[in-house]
Design a protein around this ligand. Structure first.
Ligand code: FES
Ligand code: FES
Length: 188
């Protein structure tokens, strides 16, 4: 079937098989920064914005996205340098291997557009669908706070009290351990 869809501000008309997942199609048209970490809607590595809302693109058929505007990590990355959110992740060591990072950055952009100065609890709620095997999450939370500050043009200190002893972070770490099987996932 024929679909019209906007991807990273480019209007496209494409012939697609009805069974094709949005993530498969995006990667096929070159958006390979949209990662496939699990293919079971668990990891969030495939997150894109659909009409501004973060969506795991492995949970949606491309035909369901017809008529929408999709933003991927490609469209959210400037031609040169880093976006403020990417800069914040780099500054706060919010990534190690980087496989999960496109999904976290996209989810963070979606959150900060809705809530420019989120609390730590809001950040955790917004990122609960994104898993990271490397960082332990504390640095990611700091990165999101820093991104909010950068976007607000502020030099405010990063929120104190983020540690592995914080109950919500303990829970996040525990939930990531449930997904041990992701360690065998092929990185592409
Ligand atoms: Fe979509 Fe993991 S690949 S949630
Ligand atoms: Fe490696 Fe998150 S930085 S999975």
């Amino acid at each position: 079937m024929k679909v019209t869809i906007t991807v990273d501000f480019e209007h496209l008309a494409a012939e697609v098989e009805p069974r094709v997942l949005l993530v498969e199609w995006l990667r096929a048209i070159g958006k390979t920064g949209v990662h496939v970490g699990c293919d079971t809607s668990s990891c969030g590595a495939c997150t894109v914005l659909v009409d501004g809302a973060p969506v795991k693109s492995c949970t949606m058929l491309v035909m369901q996205a017809a008529g929408t505007a999709i933003e991927t990590i490609h469209g959210l990355t400037p031609a040169e340098g880093l976006s403020p959110v990417q800069e914040a992740f780099a500054d706060e060591h919010g990534l190690q291997c980087g496989f999960c990072t496109p999904g976290f950055v996209v989810s963070t952009v979606g959150l900060l557009r809705e809530s420019p100065d989120p609390s730590t609890e809001e950040i955790i709620d917004a990122l609960e669908g994104n898993l990271c095997r490397c960082t332990g999450y504390t640095s990611i939370l700091r990165a999101v706070h820093r991104a909010a500050a950068l976007l607000a043009g502020e030099q405010r200190p990063i929120e104190a009290g983020l540690s592995h002893e914080t109950p919500v972070i303990r829970n996040l770490i525990a939930s990531s351990e449930v997904h041990e099987d992701l360690s065998d996932t092929e990185i592409v």
